[in-house]
Design a protein around this ligand. Structure first.
Ligand SMILES: NC(=O)c1ccc[n+]([C@@H]2O[C@H](COP(=O)([O-])OP(=O)(O)OC[C@H]3O[C@@H](n4cnc5c(N)ncnc54)[C@H](O)[C@@H]3O)[C@@H](O)[C@H]2O)c1
Length: 363
């Protein structure tokens, strides 16, 4: 059974009676074979609080939300998907459009819905927010999007949500920190897509440069998903061969400058794409799908998601470091060795993020 069921495990048709939290009441109205809910009562009022393991919800159906929903539909990971947008017509239109592809995929239900409809989802993905305008930094978006989160996160938390909250809206590290605080959910169950996309961009560019399958490239972008992000070169390798040695094997002896250019290109690629086509969404949609796969299949994959850090130098702020991702969300940090320079840049990145979070608290 999936570990998302953390409390009472009750099977279809189970009938439990009573009026206090110690003696819950209700019949569990789910399809035969499913084992999932638990029942709580507060002051005699029965509340059914549960997780539907095959259900995902996407809040915000703009470029990123709709592309992510489309990628998730194709993934076959879920049998139900709820879409919600401040513009309900947009959510309904996307649900219809994506549903029309179902005869070519696997059966599932895709509907526009409300916060009540998504309360039992195993994963809620938040992409709602103003998009980055040409020339605007991710941090420029802070105030606008924190305000939007104030109208979203309490709606989820107040419904006894027991699943995983995956934050995608930018600035993702700030919004993940804010969402973790606002929701009161355990920190392992609130995290952001972080630098999963930037890391994919890095692997892609290194693969192109070295003419090698990008899936054989192991390298991370860490820190902020944004201008202060860091390419962790000191741990980068191609199938276990240190990156510098692999560059030489491929005939690049003066590769340092090229690597710096690649890191810069990763950092600026969102700006470049936004300049050219107004928004980025396919890469992030695939990143969302990849993170959901790791959770739903309990893969224990190592991904640089943005999670709340608790180390000697960085505390209480979300940023990206490699962690093990599985059915319980962020399960364990994976400390990679960093050079002195990388470590200092990471601390600077964290300090900058903390300043922004503090300024949001003061506002
Ligand atoms: N983390 C990443 O790697 C990554 C990559 C690309 C984009 N993004 C971010 O994702 C976010 C969305 O980008 P986009 O291009 O889809 O923008 P968009 O403007 O196309 O879509 C945003 C959607 O959010 C909806 N929305 C706004 N307020 C809402 C609310 N209170 N409740 C429900 N829905 C609400 C809007 O109606 C709109 O449909 C942005 O913050 C963007 O910067 C993140």
């Amino acid at each position: 059974m999936n570990g998302l069921h953390r409390k009472h495990n009750i099977k279809y048709g189970d009938c439990v009676t009573g009026t206090s939290a110690a003696k819950p009441s209700g019949v569990i109205p789910f399809a035969a074979g499913d084992i999932r809910p638990f029942v709580l009562t507060c002051g005699g009022r029965m509340e059914i609080n549960m997780i539907n393991l095959r259900k995902v919800a996407v809040i915000g159906c703009g470029f990123v939300g709709s592309a992510s929903a489309f990628a998730l539909m194709q993934s076959g990971l879920f049998s139900e998907m709820v879409l919600l947008d401040a513009d309900s017509n947009k959510a309904e239109g996307e649900a219809l459009d994506i549903s029309h592809g179902l005869p070519f995929a696997r059966p599932m239900s895709i509907k526009a819905g409300t916060y009540d409809d998504m309360a039992d989802s195993s994963i809620v993905i938040v992409t709602a927010g103003a998009g980055q305008k040409p020339g605007e930094t991710r941090l420029d978006l802070v105030k606008k999007n924190v305000h939007i989160f104030q109208s979203i996160i309490p709606e989820i938390a107040s419904r006894g949500f027991e699943g995983i909250l995956l934050i995608v809206a930018n600035p993702v590290d700030i919004l993940t920190t804010v969402a973790a605080r606002m929701s009161g959910l355990p920190e392992n169950r609130v995290f952001g897509s972080g630098t999963v996309l930037d890391t994919a961009r890095l692997k892609y560019l290194l693969g192109e440069r070295l003419s090698v399958d990008n899936r054989s490239v192991h390298a991370f972008i860490i820190g902020e998903h944004g201008d202060s992000e860091i390419a962790a070169w000191s741990s980068a390798n191609v199938s276990g061969i240190p990156l510098n040695r692999f560059c030489e094997m491929r005939g690049f002896f003066d590769h340092q400058q090229a690597l710096e250019q690649i890191a810069e290109s990763v950092k600026t690629s969102a700006y470049e794409i936004i300049e050219k086509k107004k928004a980025t969404y396919y890469g992030i949609a695939m990143s969302v799908r990849r993170i959901c796969e790791a959770i739903m299949r309990d893969e224990k994959s190592i991904l640089p998601v943005s999670s709340i850090q608790h180390s000697q130098n960085i505390d209480g702020i979300a940023l990206s470091m490699p962690v093990i991702v599985g059915k319980d969300g962020v399960e364990k940090p994976v400390p990679i060795s960093l050079s002195w320079e990388e470590e200092s840049k990471l601390i600077e990145s964290a300090k900058m993020l903390k300043k922004v979070v503090d300024s949001c608290n003061e506002a």
